[in-house]
Design a protein. Structure first.
Lengths: 168, 291
């Protein structure tokens, strides 16, 4: 059942990200639901399960994005692992923590992506892209409360054990 | 299974966790080594089943977006009594619904007629609806509802009117991915319409482009027009790329920093035109005949 729920969420996120989020972009930046879902899942589930899920989320992002296939998959496994490492030392149920983690992880992921991108392509527009990273992280952090709330509701309705404890 | 083993011996559980990470990372890195043609096929195969849903969502959201805009203007103008307002409101709703359909067909017709007016080719271009956008903030691509079934193929050129939009990078049976000229990995050999100086237009992922390799002594003014030069054969000649919005000259640099605003704002259009590769070649041939 959890896998069914996870794949459903990934499909919904892919659809929303490719169609609707274009209409709410600010300065050409749209929120990254894949990263938010990665943070949500890594904070709320065990390491083994979150690793598989992060890998699947990264793969989905690769399928719906231009660029080298597998890059997002690698980065999502790495940043997901980083969250799993620190989640026992932070109070992950608090909204402020969730927002902060999303902000930091968004910045790390985007910098890593740009680093890999700069190796693949010699783009002259790298500096504007680097400057976009904090803005993307802020936008992601802003939409964390509603997205986390929705995901919590969805997961608890499926009886996902590790999440149900936290949503009570 | 992992949990059971982990309970027997904590050290073995830790090593299993470590091995999972290594396996996942190695598998992911191995993806990077797969040739682009294969990965593009994988991407299109995965994305194709979602294309009809994407199309419906995009069209519905576009309809509501247009509807909201028109309703907002309609309600601000109405200052009569409440009954009249309601009547106008209901009528406008009906009109908006009908107008949206008319606009869609009108836009499609305009795109085709503009293109046909300026090109000699007998090949029919393919009209495509934009059904999705790139999920990454750093890449700029769109998904169109045209694939091999409709006659499109890899590296076909995508235009709007006579302005360049991009190039098909992956193609499936009924959908395709178009890399826009604003993508940081996109390079379009171009030239200035007035001075004829050549350069390379590259995307910056923020909706604008930059023109590289323009010598510092070249006279470039703001609002100068940039068209594709056709060098390399990837893009046809004379397609409108964009207008110069900023020219910078740093002391030590050999080339100018030129910022270009693309002619086509991708967020404002719903349809594009796919020119088949054969069609582009025939345009060149017919031009040579005319010369």
């Amino acid at each position: 059942m959890p896998w069914f729920a996870i794949i459903s969420v990934i499909l919904c996120i892919s659809l929303i990200q490719t169609t609707l989020l274009q209409h709410i972009n600010v300065l050409g930046i749209q929120p990254d639901l894949f990263i938010i879902f990665l943070v949500f899942h890594s904070l709320n589930s065990k390491l083994e399960r979150s690793l598989h899920t992060n890998w699947t989320i990264g793969l989905a992002k690769d399928c719906f994005s231009e660029g080298p296939f597998g890059l997002n998959t690698v980065l999502f496994v790495i940043v997901g692992y980083m969250i799993s490492m620190i989640k026992d030392n932070i109070y992950s149920r608090h909204l402020a923590t969730q927002i902060s983690v999303t902000f930091v992880i968004s910045i790390i992921y985007n910098f890593l992506y740009l680093f890999m991108f700069s190796i693949s392509f010699t783009s002259a527009g790298l500096l504007p892209m680097v400057l976009k990273c904090p803005l993307i992280a802020i936008y992601n952090s802003i939409i964390v409360p509603p997205v986390f709330w929705l995901l919590n509701r969805f997961y608890s309705s499926f009886g996902f054990p590790s999440l149900r404890r936290k949503t009570r | 299974m992992f949990y059971g083993i982990g309970n027997l011996n904590p050290d073995s559980g830790r090593s299993i966790k470590g091995s999972i990470i290594y396996i996942l990372v190695i598998v992911s890195i191995s993806f990077l080594t797969i040739p682009t043609s294969i990965t593009n096929n994988i991407k299109v195969t995965v994305a194709s089943p979602l294309a009809p849903v994407q199309k419906i969502i995009t069209q519905t959201s576009g309809f509501f977006k247009n509807g909201f805009k028109k309703l907002a203007s309609a309600t601000s103008n109405a200052q009569k009594n409440e009954e009249m307002e309601r009547e106008v409101f209901l009528l406008k709703n009906k009109i908006v619904m009908q107008q949206d359909d008319i606009n869609v067909y009108k836009q499609k017709l305009e795109i085709v007629s503009k293109f046909r007016k300026h090109n000699y080719s007998d090949e029919k271009p393919i009209i495509a609806d934009i059904i999705g956008y790139d999920v990454s903030n750093f890449r700029k691509s769109i998904i169109i509802d045209v694939g091999t079934k409709q006659g499109a193929s890899l590296d076909d050129i995508v235009v709007f009117g006579n302005a360049l939009v991009g190039r098909i990078s992956a193609i499936g049976r009924s959908s395709g991915r178009v890399v826009l000229i604003t993508d940081p990995a996109s390079n379009v050999p171009s030239r200035f319409l007035q001075s004829r100086t050549q350069g390379m237009v590259q995307g910056t992922a923020d909706g604008t482009c930059i023109m590289k390799y323009v010598p510092r002594q070249t006279e470039i003014n703001e609002s100068d027009r940039v068209v594709s030069s056709g060098i390399g054969g990837a893009f046809p000649k004379y397609l409108y790329v964009g207008d110069v919005i900023e020219v910078k000259q740093k002391n030590a640099k050999l080339f100018k920093d030129i910022k270009i605003k693309p002619r086509v704002a991708i967020s404002k259009i719903e349809h594009v035109l796919v020119i088949k590769k054969q069609s582009v070649e025939s345009i060149f041939e017919s031009e040579e005949r005319y010369q």
